[in-house]
Design a binder for this molecule. Structure first.
Ligand code: NAD
Ligand code: ZN
Length: 350
């Protein structure tokens, strides 16, 4: 089968023929991959930055973790999906037995294996995955939106960590996840949504999604603008979705006393400067977010898409043929796109 593979350390990925995977355990499920989408993590692996050098240890390894596909074979013990089902999956594969898994926190399993990072991913014609991570979805959900449900889950987990009803919300970063958060904040009852974002392409994306105020931090002070619009009080809730240290600290300074910050961003370095005393003296609540809440955020995503409450047409901006993945990766790295989907198999070929 065809697969996009990291064959060796260094920049780039290659489209090569690899052996088709087979069921290895009674809980395995074989899936025909229909569409996949590119995440920032895939771009890091493609560009081979310090994080990738440190984290990717197996070569060759199939890249990718965001997909939608159709089940074509199941092991004897599989009960939650059957052949023909349309499925998506969490990228975090939990063990199911550790302390975290047994206390409802599978997303931070102690033995977590991440698709395309710790093991073969899904940028391939077929994949074999354990039944535990698979979610059957409604046939009415458009395939290109189904393929981005994994990052949508990050956006939902972060945005719903605080009660947004009637609140002023500041979102730092309008990348694909920040853009999705704008829509989720609206669905969650936010009164006024402010976005900070320096890139012109993404400023326009945020505006088209209905952000009430978009601030370019290169041109204006985020803190001053937030205080101005909130009559000096500050925002109620801050969602950090940029991975930028300045954006993080501007957000903390823009919050009202007793405000709530939910931080999803991942920073280039572990140790960064943080407005700690500001946070303490404002009596802030700070949530840190990783992955998706399994499986609450998945069911929220399914319902919002199934009942047409969430429109991802302005977030999924490009589709490419699987073969043209390099062009897609370069566009994603340029920041001049929202989410990019690669078409692996046409439905009629399954
Ligand atoms: P992205 O890199 O595509 O988007 C980040 C956006 O932030 C970009 O549009 C960028 O222009 C903007 N930005 C840069 N500097 C800024 C500043 N000073 N102020 C405001 N905005 C600024 O990333 P994404 O895929 O949308 O993901 C968002 C963040 O969440 C990233 O940091 C990513 O690494 C992180 N992430 C975390 C998890 C997790 O489990 N914790 C999962 C997925 C992604
Ligand atoms: Zn576990």
């Amino acid at each position: 089968m065809k697969a996009i593979v990291k064959s060796k350390p260094g920049k780039g990925l290659s489209l090569v023929e690899v052996e088709e995977p087979t069921l290895q355990s009674p809980h395995d499920v074989k899936i025909k991959i229909l569409k996949v989408s590119i995440c920032g993590t895939d771009v890091h692996i493609y560009e081979w930055n310090d994080w990738a050098k440190d984290r990717i240890k197996h070569f060759p390894q199939i890249d990718g973790h965001e997909f939608v596909g159709r089940v074509i074979d199941v092991g004897n013990e599989v009960k939650n999906v059957k052949s023909g089902d349309l499925v998506v999956s969490d990228s975090h594969i939990p063990c199911g037995y550790c302390h975290q898994c047994r206390t409802g926190n599978m997303h931070v399993c102690q033995n977590l294996k991440i698709l395309g990072v710790d093991r073969d991913g899904v940028f391939s014609e077929y994949a074999v995955l354990p039944d535990t991570v698979l979610i059957k979805i409604d046939e009415s959900i458009p395939l290109k939106y189904a393929s981005v449900m994994e990052p949508l889950g990050n956006a939902i987990f972060t945005t719903t960590a605080a009660d947004l009803r009637g609140k002023v919300v500041l979102i730092a970063g309008a990348g694909p996840i920040g853009a999705m958060a704008i829509e989720i904040a609206k669905l969650s009852g936010a009164a006024f949504i402010i976005v900070s974002e320096p890139s012109d392409y993404r400023i326009n994306m945020a505006k088209s999604l209905g952000a009430d105020l978009v601030i370019n931090p290169k041109e204006k002070s985020v803190v001053e603008e937030v205080l101005k619009i909130t009559s000096g009080l500050g925002a109620d809730v801050f969602l950090e979705m940029s991975g930028n240290e300045n954006a993080l600290n501007d957000g903390i300074k823009s919050l009202k006393s007793t405000g709530v910050a939910s931080i999803l961003g991942v920073y280039p370095e572990s140790k960064i400067k943080f407005e700690m005393n500001t946070a303490v003296f404002k009596n802030l609540t700070i949530h840190t977010i990783t992955g998706r809440k399994m499986f609450e955020t998945w069911y929220m995503a399914i319902n919002w898409l199934k009942y047409h409450k969430l429109d991802l047409s302005k977030v999924v901006t490009h589709e490419f043929d699987f073969e043209n993945f390099e062009e897609a990766f370069e566009l994603m790295a340029s920041g001049k796109s929202g989410k990019i989907v690669l078409n692996v198999t046409k439905e009629e070929e399954v």
